[in-house]
Design a binder for this molecule. Structure first.
Ligand code: MRU
Length: 356
């Protein structure tokens, strides 16, 4: 149990004790080193999100909430219009760090709402309310992860083989995580699972983070290269796929880490249920379908050089490096949020989830 708590109770993103900084675990250094970074400026926060030092949709949202709070405190003016104008500049800057995960703009909008709704109270009172709001975002995320884990666990049986892609565990959220939450919760209750973690090229979140979290918690995990998923499924070793999400469109199309849609296609082929788990804040009803979701394109160096001693392709070779893909709703067995389990047709079940 202690090993489990060590993983599910880490503070991957928190407000610094001085309340003038955000402290994160630098996820790019794991699993070799656990290093904490203290972020103080808008550029520190932007870079940490852009460079995936803090990553995973909910964790990015939490970091942005803390970030905009500490930046709001640095604004000198006590004149509301001036304060609000500078607040919006910081908000837009942070929001531009990564486009696909809705949680970033969702958390920043929530913070902005506090500023707008309490205009008449004055800047000092607004800053106090901003602190409460960013703490609430983090606390709610912990509660949501716990509820998602309960619903997710109800879909699994003791001894099941589970395949997961990327990392949707405690490092990507707070406490239990989303897609990995049912596994941690089950472990807490004495259940055993056999987990296959896709390494998740090119940034290896599965190898560096998922296998690390599960191994540390004492859960049976086997790391596989992404192109081995088909064989593992064919062997009958997988009874369910669990993945996280970065943005869910109104029809259930889901953006998640690049390679997720391939896993879903394989799962359909082998008749394995494919579950998406995430907080209801990830549902974006403004996106009608996955075609409306903007996909982040990243540097070719992540494919050619990032984790190699020498480049693995010629400098002049072109690369296409989308960070996410969209899984068609028809491939998704259910979408699990903190409010329950949504089954198709998602145009009905998701609308209910996001407004109830
Ligand atoms: O690029 P990343 O590492 O931020 O991508 C993360 C994912 O795709 C996760 O699956 C998703 O954010 C859900 S995290 C609970």
């Amino acid at each position: 149990m202690d090993r489990l708590r060590q993983v599910t109770h880490i503070d991957n993103v928190k407000l610094g004790e001085d309340k003038e900084s955000v402290v994160i675990i630098d996820q790019t250094k794991l699993p070799s080193r656990t290093e904490y970074l203290t972020l103080k400026t808008a550029k520190d926060i932007y870079d940490a999100i852009f460079e995936l030092k803090v990553r995973g949709a909910p964790a990015i949202g939490i970091c942005a909430g803390f970030g905009i709070y500490i930046l709001a405190k640095t604004i000198k003016s006590r004149d509301y219009p001036e304060f609000y104008q500078q607040f919006c500049k910081y908000r837009e800057y942070l929001d531009s760090a990564r486009p696909t995960a809705v949680n970033l703009s969702w958390a920043l909008s929530r913070m902005e709402q506090v500023v707008v709704a309490h205009k008449e109270l004055g800047v000092d009172a607004i800053i106090k309310l901003l602190e409460e709001e960013c703490m609430a975002i983090r606390k709610e995320d912990m509660e949501m992860c716990r509820a998602i884990s309960e619903y997710g666990l109800s879909l699994l049986k003791d001894g099941d083989g589970v395949l997961t892609h990327c990392n949707a565990g405690p490092l990507a959220t707070s406490r239990y995580g989303t897609a990995l939450g049912p596994l941690f919760l089950g472990k807490e209750r004495g259940m055993e699972f056999r987990v296959f973690a896709d390494e998740t090229r090119p940034l290896l979140q599965g190898a560096r983070l998922t296998s690390y979290e599960l191994q540390k918690a004492g859960i049976d995990v086997t790391l596989i290269c992404d192109n081995m998923a088909s064989l593992v499924m064919k062997n009958g070793w997988v009874q369910a796929c669990l993945v996280g999400c970065d943005r869910v469109a109104a029809n259930g199309d889901t953006a998640n880490k690049i390679g997720t849609s391939g896993v879903a296609i394989l799962a359909k082929h082998y008749g394995i249920p494919f579950y998406v788990l995430g907080p209801s804040s990830t549902i974006d009803l403004n996106c009608r379908t996955g075609d409306d979701i903007r996909i982040e394109l990243r540097s070719p160096d992540e494919i050619k050089k990032k984790f190699y001693e020498a480049p693995m392709a010629l400098e002049e070779v072109k690369c296409y490096n989308p960070a996410f893909d969209v899984t068609d709703h028809s491939l998704i067995t259910a979408i699990i949020t903190e409010r329950g389990i949504c089954y198709p047709p998602y145009t009905k079940s998701l609308v209910r989830e996001s407004i109830s």
